[in-house]
Design a protein around this ligand. Sequence first.
Ligand code: NAD
Ligand code: UFG
Length: 336
Amino acid sequence: MKILVTGGAGYIGSHTCVQLIDKGWQPVILDSLVNSKVSVLDRIESITGHRPPFIKGDVRDADLLSKLLSEHSVEAVIHFAGLKAVGESVAQPLRYYDNNVHGSVVLMQAMQKCAVKTLVFSSSATVYGHAFAPPWNEQVPTAPANPYGRSKLMVDQIMGDMAAADAACSMTSLRYFNPVGAHASGLMGEDPQGTPNNLMPYLAQVAVGRLEALQIYGTDYDTPDGTGVRDYIHVTDLAQGHIAALAYAHGQPGHHVFNLGSGQGHSVMDMLKAFGKACGRELPYTLSPRRPGDVAAYWANPQHARNTLGWHAEKSIDDMCQDTWRWQSSNPNGYL
Ligand code: NAD
Ligand code: UFG
C-alpha cells in the first residue's frame, strides 16, 4: 500500500515511516520542513535500507496535493503535518487555524478529488475537557482550552462530517497522550527548535549539558508526590498504533476515534528519577510555581484501541528515558 505521510519528516512521522517500511508499505513524505530537517531521511534510510520519496511542500498547496496523490497512486493518508506549540497558538491563533484546519481541509478536498478514502489524523488528548477525573476514554466531553486544541477538535469534527457525507470514507482520529522517547538505534528522536517546552526534551538537554537544570512546574498538586502526572507513551509504540489503526481502518468506512496512551500516569518526579537512572547521574532541578494552564493529572483509558485494534503500549518509562538518552547523547545538537 502506498501512503502519503504529511509531516513525515517530523518527530512522530519519521518514526511511523520506519514502521510503515518495516511492514512493507510505501510511505511518500510531504513536509514543508517548517519544524524538521531533511537529514532525517538519511536516518530512515540507515535504519530501514530504504529511502522514501520526499517532496518538500505545504499541505495547503491544493495543486501539489492532487498531483502527489495521483502520481504516486496513493491509497491512504496519514496526516501529521501541523503546528503544535500551545503557547504559540495563543499568540498566533490565525496561523494555527490556517495551518492546522485549513491545511486539513485542503488535504481532504484533494483526497476527495482523487478518490482516496482513508485518512488517519494526529489528534490529541488536549481536545478533552480538563474537568474530568482520569482515566479518560473517548467519551469524555471535549473542551479544548487553547487554539491549538481547538484546531485539533475542529479537524476531528470535519472528519466526522466527511464520514457521514460519504459512505465510503474511512476517517480515523488518533488522540495521542504524551509522546516521548526515541528510536532504539539512537539515530532518530525529538529535536525541538529553541528551548524545549516539554518535559522530556528539556530533561534530555539538561542531561547533555545544553541546559542547566529542570524547573519543576508545581509541587503542590493533588498527586502522590505533588508534581503533575501524565500518560507518557513511547514514540515507537505510538508509531505502531498508526500501523494498527491503518490496518483496521482501510476499507472500514466511518469515523473512528482512538486514544493512544499507555493507560498509566507518571509524575514529573518519576520521569526525573528515571532519566537520572538512564544517564547515570542525578539531574539538577529547581522547584517552580505551577505553569499557567497546566492540570494536575490525566492519563488515558486505552481499552478501545486494545479491543478494536489489538494494540497496546508496551514500553516502560525506563525504555523511554534510555532511548531518549541514547539519541540525545549521540546527537547532542539534534539533526544537522
Ligand atoms: P513535528 O513538528 O516534529 O512534526 C510535524 C511536521 O509537520 C514537521 O516536520 C513540520 O515541518 C511539518 N509541517 C507543519 N506544517 C506543515 C504544512 N503546512 N505543510 C507541510 N508540512 C508541515 O511534530 P510531532 O510531534 O511529530 O507531531 C506530529 C503531529 O502530532 C502534529 O499534528 C501534532 O499536533 C500532533 N500531536 C503531537 C503531540 C506531541 O506531544 N508531540 C501530541 C499530540 C498530537
Ligand atoms: N513540566 C515541568 N517542567 C518543564 C516542562 C514540563 O515540570 O520544563 C511538567 C508540566 O508541568 C507537566 C508535565 O511536565 O506536569 C508534562 O508537561 P509537557 O509540557 O511535557 O506536556 P503537557 O502534558 O503539558 O502537554 C503535551 C503537549 C501538548 C499536548 C498534550 C496532550 O505539549 O501539545 O501533551 O497530548 F496537547
